[in-house]
Design a protein around this ligand. Sequence first.
Ligand SMILES: Nc1ncnc2c1ncn2[C@@H]1O[C@H](COP(=O)(O)OP(=O)(O)OP(=O)(O)O)[C@@H](O)[C@H]1O
Ligand SMILES: [Mg+2]
Length: 263
Amino acid sequence: MAEKEVLLKVDNITKRFGGIVAVDHVSCTVRKGEVVSIIGPNGAGKTTVFNMLTGVYEVDEGEIIFNGNPIHNKDPKEIVAAGISRTFQNIRLFSDLRVIENVLIGAHIKTKYNFFQSVFRTKKFREEEDKKTAEAIQLLKSIGLDYRRDDYASNLPYGEQRKLEITRAIATGAQLILLDEPAAGMNPQESAELMEFINKLKDQGYTILMIEHDMSVVMNVSDRIYVIDHGKPIAEGLPEEIANNPKVIEAYLGGVQNDAEDQ
Ligand SMILES: Nc1ncnc2c1ncn2[C@@H]1O[C@H](COP(=O)(O)OP(=O)(O)OP(=O)(O)O)[C@@H](O)[C@H]1O
Ligand SMILES: [Mg+2]
C-alpha cells in the first residue's frame, strides 16, 4: 500500500524557558488519516509541543511544516486558518451557551463576513448563517451529540463536555485536530466511550495528534506513538513496540520502582 500523504512534519523543535529546555529537538510526522499520540511523564514537554504547533509559543530551533508550508512562529489565528485546531488539557467551553452555539463558534472561525454583511444582516449573511447551522447540526448528528443540541454546555456530563470540545475543534474545518489529554478526569466507562469516539473520527477520515496519559486509550487508538521524557525524544513506534520498549517502561516506572525501594 502506498504511504499516506504527510500532513504535519515537526523537525527538531526546541523550546527553552530560561535555563529549562522544555522541548529538546523533538520531531514527529503525522500523515493524513492517522491518529498519532505523544506520551511521556508529567512535565515531559508535551503541551509545550502543542503550544508551538498552535503558535502560542515561538520555537527556539527547528521547523514545523504543515501541508508543505512552514508554520512555526506564525500567529495563532493564521495557524487556525491554515487548518490546525485544538482542545485543551482543562476543558474550555462556553458553559452558559448551548451545545449548538458552542459548535457554531467553532464554525464561525472559518467564516469571513464583512462589516456591512454582519451589521445589516444581509440576505447573503442570513443564508450563510442558515448553512452554518445546518452543517453544525449535521456534525452533531454524525458525532451522536445531536440529542443535546439545545442543552447548556454546563449541563452535560463530563465525558460529553469533552466530546463537545472536540466537536467544536472539528467544526473549524481543521485538517488536523490536536487533543491535549482528552481522557483526563474521565472514569473508565467515559474513557472507553472516548476511545470509541476517537476511532469513529478516524473512520470518518479525521487526522488526530493526541497527548494522553490513559494507556488503554493510547494503545487502542494510535497508529503510532512518540515518547518524550524531560523534553527529549526517547522512543517512537507502533503501540506494541512502545508497550515493550525498556526505555519507555523505565521512564514511566522509574519513579514507581524508586518509591518501592524507598519503602
Ligand atoms: N510558560 C512557561 N514558562 C516556564 N516554564 C514552562 C512554561 N510552560 C511550560 N514550562 C515548563 O516546561 C516543562 C514542560 O511542561 P509541559 O506543560 O509541556 O509538560 P507536559 O508534558 O504537558 O506535562 P503534563 O503531563 O503534566 O501536562 C515543565 O518543566 C514546565 O514547568
Ligand atoms: Mg500537558
